[in-house]
Design a protein around this ligand. Sequence first.
Ligand code: AMP
Length: 417
Amino acid sequence: MTAPPRGTRDLLPPESARFAALERLAADAFEGAGYLRVVTPVFEATELFVRGVGESTDVVRKEMYTFPDRSGNSLTLRPEGTAPVVRALVTHSLDKRGVPVKLYYSAPMFRYERAQKGRYRQHHQLGIEAIGCDDPALDAEVVEVGWEVLRRAGVGPVTLLLNSMGHLGEECRGSYLPALREFLAGQRDRLDPDCRRRADENPLRVFDCKVPQDQAILAGAPALDAFLCSECREHFAAVRGFLGDAGIPFEVAPRLVRGFDYYTRTTFEYRSGALDWAQNALGGGGRYDGLVERLGGPALGGIGFGLGVERILLAAEAAGGAPQAPRLDCFAIPLGELVAAVRLVRSVRAAGFSADLAYGERSLKAALRHASRLGARYAAIVGAAEREAGAATLRNMDSGEQDQVAIEEVARWLSER
Ligand code: AMP
């Protein structure tokens, strides 16, 4: 019991501070675009994900943490963020107060996956959902907000892949699936047994197949774009137009279907140029017209994305742009003058600076070493001489320069630096 379960990690300082900084900058970007925070339970009825994400998806077939509670209800630890948010919208009729309903979340996700660097059994996602509106400008907004978070997070080069999966009617998906089935039937003997099963159960899911030989075969599969109806085609063109206007470069990826059954029309993925192929997806999302209805709500479309926090931090580190943890402003060192030092810390904190104190008696040298380890900007030394002068010695921890500053002036002195 000395290590956390396989595929999970303890998030420790200083990485935890980078995590918190990323969460803050994302919340600023989301709120800046009119999205409000929603917090849903960590576990939900299993049925929600079976119906929402789709029975034959990899997530539902083999990755969910599903368990009966003590009353025999089947519950599942949330593997993805969209179905729970849509469920909450339906539960509380959130659309009654006007659409689009714009929500964001920051939440852990649980998937029983093969654990490796950048792939965990508990990972964290930052996501937004805009529900109740089909406007292509809204699709572009969602893509742009995610792009902006990645830019502010300093992840380095990102490729935006963009596709339209069409709608679920007779045209579009209805005419594409028979063509895909026919192609797969012709390749049946060459496909891996798992991919063959996908072809039989739910042909679109063949594109999630990870076997390289199958991927090579699938590169020759018919693409959806040739089957889009005129409305979906126009919608997609409009989304591309808005993204072009925003100056966001993208690549059209006609076989990008992403792993969940609920996607329709616009789908997208952000890929990092700084990470290895197996873990280079920083996030992705798409439209899910039909999902609200499937989960018992009105016929409302929606679009959203989920960004992978661990991947973003890895990419930012690789690109040298990781969000910086804030430094401690002041570390007070009492040399026998504990009361004065405690008061100093209180007044510095009250002025809005971060401050800490060298608790436990120790030498000046040991306390200064502690201050460096904490990354403090200044040490405030309070000894007998300082107390007599009603002052503290402020030591710049980077340059070693020292100044005597009257105790009641310390906060103002710090604010001038
Ligand atoms: P998804 O919900 O599958 O669309 O994933 C959205 C994003 O979450 C991905 O692009 C990754 O950045 C991240 N992600 C998904 N699964 C994992 C995982 N097992 N470990 C770490 N990050 C993940």
